[in-house]
Ligand binder design. Structure first.
Ligand SMILES: NC(=O)c1ccc[n+]([C@@H]2O[C@H](COP(=O)([O-])OP(=O)(O)OC[C@H]3O[C@@H](n4cnc5c(N)ncnc54)[C@H](O)[C@@H]3O)[C@@H](O)[C@H]2O)c1
Length: 529
């Protein structure tokens, strides 16, 4: 046998953190790059604020530039945009000895880094991250990627830059919501790795104080990520601790159509998983309260919206990180000390699901207003079961509503009251009620115990144009009766609902709007745990 051992040494590179270093960017680049040509990849927002300054500084240093400006946002991390980037690199005649600079947030860093990793089998690149998230997280560790329609970051690689140049002052122009995205990750580092850092963050009381300390904060975060990444370059082991809070976060982001920012979703995840692990005796008592306090301090959400619980459980089931029926949950033993718990899929519901607030969504409104159709659509989007209350009553009473009505209306109304009690003891269902549920106020009071009540308000002329009166007992006299019922009940629907939505437009859009209103309602209600 003959044997050769191939030693593959991974390069070293520096991360420089300094306020206003951007003003001497040409000099910094020249320290690691001797050729002339540079393709800069950035996005429209960053280019608008800093493009000219960057151009001026780099050309003054003697570099020849092509600046590729993509649209801001996640959609630019696509194969289509990547294709356009390759074309520009080619038409600029960029060679293997030349350089790419990614200048922007995580989107530009991931896209540009992947272009650098793959163009001509890989050319050098420098990262100039300009969001807090990019400065403390995405620019370190060498993960580069683009998305597929089927999921995020599905095409990617590990490819480290020649240098990362971090100017905290670039954050002065960053929108508050993106600062919060980064802060969620800052707090995560403190939770998993460094109790002193956590306490230091707790003592920060204003945005000003945050910015006064930002250079140190960025340094500490980068140092933690560096240490973790060095131990696990290819994300096969310990690096998974960086996913603390992310198990919930991906589910929250997906099932709310990305209405919650990433950092906010991670924060909700960190708090809720810690609360649960504390209940199970796996975490030192008081830890979740500390996380809640620090999030409150930075005005970041910690409450889990009840309507996304199934979405979270579902997203965990299909997470690509799950291996042969097991999932690794990242938990805290206490602030600063992380632990990994491997649990079976089947146990995930009872592990996470217990004690999570799971309200029902009750749809009220006129016959023909779209409760069943919208109910189906929302149930699909939120992974919840839909109960059509009329069908439920018929199945349980073993006779049709028409038969009950033929005896007298009260027989049916009594059944409605009985099943309002039964259904209000369920969790996480979507309940499409019959149009007359509001005739007895106690039905609504009963359902309200564990539900959010949504009034589907569809204009009368739209209902009249396509309702089938044959199957509706109170409408057997024809459509004129509908108008009378509408006038009788309209104010009751309005009075009893928590949320009102006008059902005009496409079903999917109206369902999305309802989900958005439900989330707003949950955010504004004080009874979330
Ligand atoms: N590679 C990794 O290890 C890693 C880790 C975490 C996240 N990510 C990826 O990072 C991406 C998210 O990154 P992000 O949060 O930075 O989002 P982003 O890149 O979309 O930037 C957020 C917004 O801020 C704007 N912006 C950037 N810098 C600015 C500045 N200085 N002033 C004003 N506006 C500015 C951008 O134009 C954009 O609108 C996701 O695609 C995620 O998958 C990657």
């Amino acid at each position: 046998m003959k044997k050769l051992t191939v030693n593959i040494e991974v390069d070293k590179y520096d991360l420089i953190i300094e306020k206003d270093i951007f003003k001497k960017i040409g000099k910094e680049v020249a320290k690691v790059y001797n050729n002339k040509k540079i393709s800069v990849i950035t996005d429209e927002n960053v280019y608008e604020i800093y493009g000219e300054k960057l151009k001026e500084n780099l050309t003054k240093t003697g570099f020849e530039l092509d600046i590729i400006v993509v649209k801001p946002g996640e959609a630019s991390k696509s194969l289509d945009v990547l294709g356009e980037v390759y074309k520009r690199l080619l038409s600029f005649n960029l060679t293997r000895g030349d350089l790419i600079i990614t200048f922007g947030g995580g989107v530009v860093g991931d896209l540009g880094g992947f272009a650098a990793a793959t163009f001509l089998r890989g050319i050098d690149y420098i990262q100039i991250p300009s969001t807090l998230l990019a400065q403390i997280d995405s620019s370190i560790g060498g993960k580069v990627a683009v998305n597929l329609a089927e999921g995020k970051n599905l095409i990617g690689n590990f490819y480290h830059p020649k240098k990362v140049i971090i100017d905290p002052n670039l954050l002065n122009t960053l929108e508050d919501k993106y600062i919060k995205d980064g802060l969620g990750e800052v707090i995560k580092y403190a939770c998993i790795y460094d109790e002193n850092f956590f306490n230091q963050l707790c003592s920060i009381n204003s945005q000003n104080e945050l910015f006064e300390n930002i250079e140190d904060i960025i340094f500490t975060c980068c140092n933690i990520k560096k240490n973790v990444v060095e131990e696990d370059l290819k994300d096969k082991g310990i690096r998974m601790i960086l996913n603390f809070g992310h198990t919930f976060a991906h589910g929250i982001e997906k099932s709310t159509n990305y209405k919650y920012g990433h950092g906010e979703a991670v924060s909700i995840g960190m708090y809720n998983i810690t609360k649960r692990s504390e209940e199970l005796g796996l975490t030192k008592p008081g830890t979740s309260q500390k996380i809640k306090d620090i999030l409150n301090n930075f005005n970041i959400e910690h409450r889990l919206p009840s309507i996304v619980v199934e979405g979270i459980l579902n997203s965990i089931k299909y997470d690509k990180k799950n291996i042969s029926g097991f999932i690794n949950l990242i938990l805290l033993e206490k602030i600063g000390k992380v632990t990994i718990k491997k649990i079976k899929f089947e146990e995930i519901n009872s592990f996470l699901g217990k004690n999570l607030v799971k309200k029902n969504i009750v749809l009220i409104g006129m016959p023909g207003c779209g409760k069943s159709t919208l109910g189906k659509e929302i149930s699909k989007k939120l992974n919840k079961t839909l109960i059509d209350m009329d069908t439920y009553i018929e199945e349980n009473e073993k006779r049709t509503i028409k038969e009950m009505f033929s005896e007298n209306e009260n027989v049916f109304r009594d059944a409605e009251s009985k099943y309002s009690i039964e259904l209000s003891s369920k969790n996480s269902q979507i309940i499409a009620t019959g149009g007359g549920i509001v005739k007895r106020k106690e039905n609504i009071s009963q359902l309200r115990n564990n539900s959010i009540i949504v009034f589907i308000n569809r204009p009368l002329e739209n209902i009249l144009s396509d309702i089938d009166t044959e199957t509706r007992p109170l409408l057997v006299d024809g459509k004129k009766n509908l108008e009378k019922l509408y006038n009788e009940r309209f104010n009751l629907y309005k009075e009893y609902c928590d949320i009102e939505i006008e059902n005009v437009g496409g079903i999917s859009d109206v369902a999305d709007k309802i989900i958005e209103l439900l989330l707003d309602h949950e955010r504004n209600s004080s009874d979330l745990k």
